[in-house]
Each structure stands twice: as C-alpha cells, then as structure tokens.
Ligand binder design. Sequence first.
Ligand code: BES
Ligand code: MN
Ligand code: ZN
Length: 490
Amino acid sequence: MQIRFADARPEGDYALVLPVAGKDRSALNALGAAQPSVVAALERQRFDGEAASAAELFIDDHGTSRRLLVVGTGNGSDQHDIAEKLGGTAVGRLLTSGEAKAVVDVTGLGLDADSAARVGLAAALRAWRYDRYRTKLKDKQKPTLNEVIVVGGGEAAGQHYMDRWAPVYEGVSLTRELVTEPANIIYPESFVERVQASLKGSGVDIEVLNRAAMEKLGMGALLGVAQGSVREARLLILKWNGGGEGGQPVAFVGKGVTFDTGGISIKPAAGMEAMKWDMGGAGAVVGAMKALALRKAKANIVGICGLVENMPGGNAQRPGDVVTTMSGQTVEVINTDAEGRLVLADAITYVQRNFKPSTIIDLATLTGAILISLGHEWAGLFSNTDELAEKLQQAGADSGDKLWRMPLAEPFDRLIDSPIADMKNVGPREGGSITAAQFIQRFVENGVKWAHIDMAGKAWSDKPSATYDKGATGYGVRLLDEYVAEVLEA
Ligand code: BES
Ligand code: MN
Ligand code: ZN
C-alpha cells in the first residue's frame, strides 16, 4: 500500500473518505450541492458517526460518479485514536472494494502532524495481509486498493510519516509475517534466515548461536526443550547501537517456540495449529529491532530470541527430568508443555552475562492462564520495578498495545520449589501466569530492572480491528518502539 500526503484533493478517479464526528454534519459542507442528499442518505442508514462506524454511497462530484465513504470519528478528543481509527476503518472498508485509490480528507479535523501521519500508519497496517499460499483467490477476493492519500494534514505530516511511522509499519509487517508462516516453513534456522534477509543493510548487528555453541555455554534448559525435535535450536542476537558509546543497553528477550506441541506432555489435537504462533514474543523483538533501526533510534538495544521447536519424540525430554540451566540453577521439568519459561531462563542468563543490561523486557506467549485472567484485550505485565512497569504501561496506552499489571510475591515463588532440584517448571493451576513469571524472575540477577510481558492473548486475533485483519496482530512492536521513544530517547 502506497501512503501519500497532499495539500489538496487530486484530480481523477478515487474514493473519497470524509470523517464525521458523531451527530455533527458540518464536515459534509465541503460537498456543496451534494450535501443535502448525502445527509439524507446517512439518516436513512441510521449512521450516527460513532468511532469506526462507516456509511457508503455514490455522489455526483462535478459530473463524475464518485464513491463516498463517511467514517465516524465519535465524540472523543484523543487525536491519535481518532486518526488511527479513521485510517484503519477506511482501508478495512475499501481494500477489496474495487477502488484503487482512496483520498482521506482530514481538513477540518484540525489534526497535528503526528496524528495526520497516523492516519497513514493505520491505513498501511490495516491493509497488511499474507496471500502467499492462497493461489486460487477469486478476483473479487483480491485487494484492489493500492494507494491512500491523506489530504489536509499539514506540511509536516508526510515527513513525520517517513521518519517515524513507515519504519514502525515495516517492523510490524516483519513480525506478522513470521507469526503467520506455518511451522514447516518457519523453524529456528529459517526464522534466523528470514530475519537476516529482512534486516540486511539496516545497521542491526546479527549473531547466531547453534546447538554446539549453546551446549558449551551450558544452556541445558533451552536445549532440553529442543531435544525432541529434528530442527536444531538457535539463539538469535540482534544489536542496535544508535545511542553512541558506553551506557548499559536495554535488552528485549523473546520466546521463540516455532511450534509448541507440548512435547511428551502433549497438547490436545483441537486448536493445536495455533501453536505455530508460539514464537510471537521473538517475532515482536525482531520487528521492534527493525523499526528502531529504520528510524535510527538514539538508543542502545540488544534483542535476543530463544528459538526452539517443542516436539515429542524418542529423544524428547521426559516429565521428571532435571536440567541444569546456564545460570547453574537446576530445574525439575514436571510438565514439558511449560517450555517457554525454560527457553527464557537461559536467554535471560545469556544476555546478562554478555551485555550487562540495565533493563530486561521479555515478551512471551507464555500461559493459557493469562487468557483466563485478561482475555484478549490486555497483555499481562509483571515487573520487579514500579517505575519500569509504569513507563511500560504508559507506552502501552500510547501505542495501543495495552498492558495490565499483575502481581509478583514471595508466596507465589514458594509454589515452584522442588524436592529434587532448585525449582520445578510448573506450580498449581491457580495463578498459573504468576508462577510462570516467578520462575523467570529466579534468573534475573540483582540490580537488573526486569519486566515480563505475557502476550498469549495478543499475538493472534480471531476478529479484525482498526489496525489489523484477523490473524497476526504484530503485538509488541509498537509497544517497544514507543517505550524507546518515550523513555530512552526523551
Ligand atoms: N504456548 C503455551 C501458552 C499458550 C496457550 C499460548 C494458549 C497461547 C495460547 C505454553 O507453552 C503452555 O503450553 N503453557 C501451559 C503451561 C502449563 C503446562 C503450566 C499452559 O498455559 O497450559
Ligand atoms: Mn507449552
Ligand atoms: Zn509455548
């Protein structure tokens, strides 16, 4: 999708998108002679101008018939929200409509440059789809819209879009692609290759550890998960040094289970295909690194992805096995389906030993229990530092990747003590997301600020929203990008 910005409406063929705030019809005055009949048509459709609502009709625009899409912006005052719902709703409606070009006229909304640019961002994000394996799409199912022009957003909007939001779009796209690809295509090795190709020339430094290298480092927890699969594990290390010399970096760590069968503690068949996106945390980390590099963020960030496939098999780890982590701590593997925390434990130790980060933020599709707690609207946030938690929640609110804080406390920690090893990898069913976070916390070294994001309810959506269609959401990329912008670059 081409996104452009202009001062005035172009000549020629296009669908016109006009925002209307609630019951206020004044935005339609620009239609001149057509205005009264348009207002009447909106009444007939019971169009009330609510945010993200839309009505469609054809008008006579100086002698040519033109599709008019009226999009409601509601009665709220949050310009970012208005802008993104407008751009996304317009594209959601027009993507396969037959129209090739849309003009979103925001004159009269009084948007600042950033908000006007976000109309373009949401339009681009909502247009994203992955048709690679759909070889028999009917013409009617294929996208027709290939250009969105935002008119009346002011001079700075276009430049701001290029500087800030086009990179974010690229990052989200990479994440969505990795999350969407099936597990016969994306496994640890091919995940790395896809990322290497995508980040070529971006200035991100890439390092990869294979199984032999991880064995030498004693990463027994991560490798224990991987040992049932014929796909070899990888640790992917991405470095972006935009903040100059010195200073401790901030680390992003992602769970990258390219498929989670559960292992010997195998999952039920129904719905297991969803576990192709159990690498959504790692996907978010690489997408964020791409966005930050493309927009040349002034910060030093290291991104780590623990990439494994969790399979049953003759060499798979068994319930009751004891593994030794890179930290030296031992773990009794009670349930081989609680594998994400085992992967994160070694990835977190690795990043602390090698990069001495001040702050670690890990992202993982870690527990089904977080879906029971928070459903699909919020991801769960756990942190050992209030200030970090508050800043992440702020970035979550500002980016739309929302976070709800959950507790950590010693009584939960006791629930993962093991009679044979230093800890076991599962607690009781109750509070399952919390004991999972407590497990990870045992690998965070003294003085390191740490936050854990359980995004099991967020990586994939069964219904479309303003900025995504059904499927991979790209959750986490905008959150991390916003955190860097608000906290590290401020
Ligand atoms: N990847 C799953 C968590 C998950 C579940 C993500 C549903 C997305 C949707 C994770 O590895 C897992 O299997 N967790 C177990 C932990 C349990 C065995 C303690 C779970 O949540 O059931
Ligand atoms: Mn699992
Ligand atoms: Zn998993």
